[in-house]
Design a protein around this ligand. Structure first.
Ligand code: GLY
Length: 391
């Protein structure tokens, strides 16, 4: 069946099913409940880290043990970021103080061995801190991090290099990298440095050209010839197969192009975000939380983190469109958020290593990080709820 027609049928069915049931808990009540739990869980997490011998950040909870990561690991900004989101929602000064403490741990990040994820790391920590407090002391780290990220851009390729060269590939660019562009655009807006914005847009333009399939799904990894910029291969790293649609990758693409439209107003980015949404929505299972890869043989493990990222992106995307399309994005986000806030995904107080969401997947191919909580799952879950209640 024509994809557009099948999208419309699924959209109509979803709207009808959502209108048929009137949940007794309103979304503001649901958000209050989740943020109350977040305060308890994340205070306990911060207290546990205080006792740690080395400066680390929480990553997950696996086999009954908390697993923390080094300060330069790609996930290190999400813990301070989550504390900032709790502060934003609650206004509780204790969380401002915790967020400041955890953000300060990343002050030396630009002098560490960094990678393309310095965008995630610094924007979630210092970026949220600057946005919420206006503390000028946060700017230098953001500016230095953006500059360092921009140095991974090669004009002949027109993209920021994701992972460093290895035997497997020389110039890989992953769809996830769209998320790091937010730091470039934010610092460009703050400082007026148009080079940073130009790099972000060139990367987004080339990703739009080379990462996507006609149906709106994306490849995970595109490898380039560094000298000529030619595309060498289109592959996967964390997905089921080269040709499949790895869910978190689709989520990063949806979020990335929605964010690009927010900063630039470029209609091509909005169009791409809508195209990705129209691929994702009919692929979601009944309860809204995606399988780890949309093409993995069923039944397949769910990835709560992909669900949270998709929900957050759809809430924002709904504000850039109108009518039934906006309604569909909002309702889909609501469905995902209600499922994630239910007993199947939301951990009981004091459990799950003090993370909120259960059932995330890091890299099923590598057999690591399967059916676990993930620091970024919690971050985007709280961001999505906060965005939703502000609609
Ligand atoms: N950027 C890494 C991941 O999504 O797993």
């Amino acid at each position: 069946m024509d994809r557009k027609l099948s999208f419309c049928i699924v959209a109509a069915a979803l709207m009808a099913s959502l209108q048929g049931c009137a949940p007794s808990e309103s979304m503001p009540e649901l958000a209050d409940r989740v943020f109350s739990l977040a305060k308890v869980q994340y205070s306990a997490m911060a207290a546990r880290l205080d006792a740690a011998e080395k400066p680390v950040m929480p990553v997950t909870f696996e086999n009954g043990r908390n697993k923390d990561g080094r300060l330069n690991s790609w996930t290190s900004g999400f813990f301070p970021g989550t504390l900032w989101l709790i502060y934003q929602y609650s206004g509780d000064p204790e969380f401002e103080s915790l967020a400041r403490q955890q953000t300060a741990k990343l002050s030396g990040i630009v002098d560490m061995k960094t990678h393309h994820d310095i965008g995630f790391q610094v924007n979630c920590s210092f970026g949220n801190g600057y946005r919420l407090t206006g503390d000028e002391s946060y700017r230098p780290v953001m500016e230095a991090a953006a500059l360092k990220l921009s140095r991974r851009f090669t004009p002949s390729v027109g993209c920021i290099r994701s992972w460093d060269p290895s035997e497997k590939w020389n110039y890989p660019v992953i769809i996830d990298n769209m998320m790091n562009l937010e730091l470039l655009l934010e610092v460009s807006r703050m400082t007026g440095d148009s080079t940073l914005a130009r790099i972000a847009c060139t990367h987004a333009d080339n990703t739009l050209k080379n990462h996507f399939r006609p149906d709106g799904s994306s490849f995970h990894v595109v490898t380039y010839d560094e000298a000529t910029g030619a595309v060498l291969s289109k592959r996967t790293h964390q997905g089921y197969s080269d040709e499949s649609a790895w869910s978190r990758g689709q989520a990063w693409g949806l979020y990335g192009y929605t964010m690009m439209f927010r900063y630039t107003g470029n209609a091509a980015y909005l169009q791409q975000a809508r195209k990705v949404a129209q691929f994702i929505i009919p692929m979601l299972p009944e309860d809204g939380v995606p399988e780890w890869d949309f093409n993995a043989p069923k039944p397949a493990m769910r990835d709560s983190s992909a669900g949270a990222i998709i929900a957050s992106a759809l809430v924002e995307l709904s504000t850039f469109v109108s009518g039934s399309e906006a309604g569909l994005y909002r309702k889909t986000a609501e469905k995902i958020l209600r499922t994630l806030a239910g007993p199947g995904y939301l951990a009981p107080e004091g459990e799950n290593g003090n993370f909120l969401l259960m059932h995330g997947v890091t890299n099923l191919n590598a057999g690591s990080g399967v059916d676990i909580p993930l620091t970024y799952g919690d971050y985007y879950f709280l961001e999505a709820l906060q965005r939703y209640v502000k609609l």
